[in-house]
Ligand binder design. Sequence first.
Ligand code: ATP
Ligand code: LTN
Length: 330
Amino acid sequence: MTEKKRIFSGMQPTGFLTLGNYLGAMRNWVALQDEYDCIYSVVDLHSLTVRNEAKDLRERRMSLLAQYIACGINPEKNILFMQSHVSAHAELCWVLSCFTYMGELSRMTQFKEKASKQEDNINAGLFTYPVLMAADILLYQTDLVPVGDDQKQHLEIARDIAARFNGIYGDVFKVPEPYIPKVGARIMSLQDPTGKMSKSDENKNSYISLLDPPETIVRKFKRAVTDSEAVIRFDAENKPGISNLMSIYSSVTGKTLEQIQNDFEGRGYGDFKIAVGEAVAETLRPIQERYRELMASKDYLLDVMRKGAENASRIAGRTLAKVYRKTGLV
Ligand code: ATP
Ligand code: LTN
C-alpha cells in the first residue's frame, strides 16, 4: 500500500544513549520519520555479545525504548520493537551466515576493537554480529539505514551478502544504502579524542549521557581533553579535542565551523567549553523530561512493544518465507 521508502535502524541496550548516538544516528531517525516508512528496533540479541546481568538487560531494553520515544520517535507513525520478539531475525541470521565468509568477518574493525577489549570473552557471536545486523536490515526490504560512521563497514557487508544471495536465488533482498550525517557522524570521547564516544566506556567522563543533569554536562565539558595552543580552530588531525567540541557545538546550534571560529576568536578554551556544555544541556532538557514521564508509564511502553512486534513480524515473516522457498526449505 505504502509508496514511502523504508528505513530500518537499531541500537543496542548496552547503557544510556550518549550524545554520540544522538547526534550520529538518533537525530536522523527523528528527522526522517515523516518522509519514510520507519522501523526502529532495540537490538537486544546483539547486546548478548557482552556479559549482562539478566535484570539489568531487562531494564535497559525498556529504558532504551523510552529513550527512542523521548528523543522524538513517534510510536504511532513508526514501528518500534524488540529484536528478540521477532524470531525471524535469528532464523535469517543462520541462513545468511552460510553466505558470509570468515575472511570477510575477520576484516571488521569493530570485531578487532571489541575483541581486544574483552580478551576473556571473544565469543562467536561477537564475530558473527554483522550477519545478525544484515538479517535485521534485509528482513524489511530496507532502502536506507541511518547510522553513525562506525557502522559503514557493517553496512557494506550487509550489501555484499544481499547481492551475493540475490546473485544465486534472484531478487530476494533489496540492497540497502547507508545514511550518515555530514556533521556529528563520529563524536569522539571527551577524555581521548582519538577514540569514539561509546556508551560502554568505563570512564564516565568520556561521554555525555542523554540523561546527565545539566551541571554534570557542563562539568564533563570543562574537563574535556584539549591541546595547549588555546586557539579555537578546526583541525581534526592536530587538534582532535577542540575539533570534536566544535563539531558538537555545530551539531546542536546549527552554526557552521567557520561561524564558531569567528564567534570565539580571541577567547579561551574555558569560555568555549562552558558554551558547548550549556548548549548541549539545553538540547537534552526536553528529552529528559519526556523520558521521566515515559518511564512512569510502563503499561504504555509494553503496549508499544507488543504492537511493534506484531507489525514487524508480519513484514519479516514475508521475507523469511521467501528465503526458505528459494533455498528449498519448504
Ligand atoms: P557500545 O559502546 O555498546 O558499542 P555504541 O555507543 O557504539 O555502543 P551502538 O548501539 O553500537 O552504540 O550504536 C548505535 C548508533 O549510534 C549507531 O548508528 C552508531 O553508528 C551510532 N554511534 C555510536 N557511537 C557514535 C559516536 N561516537 N558518534 C556518532 N555516532 C555514533
Ligand atoms: N551494530 C549496530 C546496531 C545495529 C544496527 C542494526 C544498526 C544492529 N542491527 C541494523 C542499523 C541497522 C551498532 O550500532 N553497533
